[in-house]
Design a protein around this ligand. Structure first.
Ligand code: GUN
Ligand code: ZN
Length: 416
């Protein structure tokens, strides 16, 4: 056997192979684990460290966890976090579009790209599904920063060709040509660490030719599609008025070829039973963004409506409607949300959603989200809260004043 390229040692927690069921522990725990990693950054072994193990504990007083997965956030909203100008459509007009317009300028995009990657790494997010601004150049700038910093990401410019100021619109053929150029340059970069996605922002900001072209481009290259749906009553009414022949919101996307097993639907608060059934049969996935939903007063998504149908769900910070880059903080918000809707969820399940669930929702369930042989060593070291073992997972997720993570690794390389 070749010797491992790197080892990490310390207490560890990880989802196992089985999905959690109510009452059944889904997490594996090691009091003192030794994790062996090969030169490509894959885990080759994980197990209890032997009594005579010469490797010192890598991060004293920390717990090793799989890296956190953020299934929905907006790069160009980094500097509007906390703008309480909602609800959704008013917030977009007042706070978001003026800020996103600044990303036409490369120097500005580059400065914010550094802040954005700093924030992901500080919070232990190793993998993210990201919306850019409508300016392809800003997504190119962020791709370059993500490549340099070692993060794993799925990213595309937000496609918008109507219903917003000119500064954030891009006409369909120019936008799609630019996406094709991004695919050429960035898709699959570094053995799939970076992926280009197709991001029709939402139906209200896209014409039919743009949505059709987006679906064709995604199909042609096997790209993931990211969009918003059923977030807010005003948005839903405006969408129904804009697409009077569609039977409901999901039908707008279905009729444009945008709903399939590589589609991530954000929010899903107000979907009907029929829409949920069709999301399930299409095997589309859901980004659950409870903090954003609280902050914009959008409403509550009931997690069980997705999970009982076997729909893949991950957590999304939804920066900048969400107020924190911390996926742990979003897990806490998902806990509150579940209490409010009367369908409680426990911390183990939330940690599962924040790691394996998110990875599955992004089509990376065989690659990241668990500490297990064959998985990439996307790992974080989180300061261990002072609590007994029985309360550890609750404390890891629900203590808002916890310090940020001590270290963030992607493929066994520590990010800075
Ligand atoms: N719907 C369309 N655009 C956006 C956005 O930027 N944030 C949220 N939360 N919803 C949207
Ligand atoms: Zn969003």
């Amino acid at each position: 056997m070749p010797s491992p390229h790197r080892t990490l040692r310390g207490p560890a927690l990880s989802p196992g192979a089985a999905a959690p069921t109510p009452g059944a522990a889904a997490l594996l725990r090691w009091d003192d684990a030794l994790i062996e990693i090969d030169a490509q950054g894959a885990i080759t072994a994980i197990g209890p460290a032997p009594a005579d193990c010469p490797v010192p504990t890598t991060h004293p007083d920390c717990v090793l966890l799989p890296g956190l997965v953020d299934t929905h956030l907006h790069f160009p909203q980094t500097r509007v976090i906390g703008s309480a100008s909602g609800p959704l459509l008013e917030w977009l007009e007042r706070s978001v579009f003026p800020e996103e317009a600044r990303f036409a300028e490369v120097a500005y995009a580059a400065e914010v790209a550094r802040e954005f990657c700093d924030a992901l790494i500080a919070q232990g997010t190793t993998c993210a599904a990201i919306y850019g601004s409508s300016h392809p150049v800003a997504s190119a700038v962020l791709f370059a920063e993500l490549e340099r910093r070692g993060l794993r990401a799925t990213l595309g410019p937000a496609l918008m060709d109507r219903n917003a100021p000119n500064e954030v619109l891009l006409e369909a053929s120019a936008a799609l040509d630019a996406c094709a150029a991004l695919v050429e340059r960035w898709h699959g970069c570094d053995r799939g660490r970076l992926r280009v996605s197709i991001v029709p922002r939402f139906a209200l900001s896209c014409t039919t030719p743009l949505m059709r072209g987006a679906a064709d481009l995604a199909a042609q290259h096997g790209l993931w599609i990211q969009t918003h749906i059923a977030e807010n009553h005003g948005e839903i009414a405006a969408t129904a008025a804009a697409f009077p022949d569609a039977r409901d919101y999901l039908a707008v996307y279905e009729e444009h070829g945008l709903v399939g097993a590589r589609t991530i639907l954000a929010h899903c608060i107000w979907l009907s039973d029929s829409e949920w059934d069709r999301v399930a049969s299409a095997d589309a996935t859901v980004a659950h963004c409870p903090d954003s939903n609280f902050f914009l007063g959008s409403g509550r998504m009931t997690l069980g409506r997705a999970t009982t149908r076997g729909i893949r769900v991950g957590l999304g910070t939804d920066i900048g409607a969400g107020r924190s880059f911390s996926v742990r903080r979003i897990a806490a918000s998902a806990y509150d949300n579940a209490l409010v809707v009367g369908d409680p969820v426990d911390a183990e399940r939330l940690l599962w959603l924040a790691t394996t669930g998110g990875a599955r929702a992004l089509g990376l369930g065989d690659v990241v989200g668990r500490l297990a042989p064959g998985f990439d060593a996307d790992i974080i070291a989180v300061p261990r809260p002072r609590v007994d073992d029985a309360g550890l997972v609750d404390a890891l997720l629900f203590r808002h004043d916890a310090p940020p993570v001590a270290a963030t690794y992607v493929r066994g390389t520590r990010l800075a």
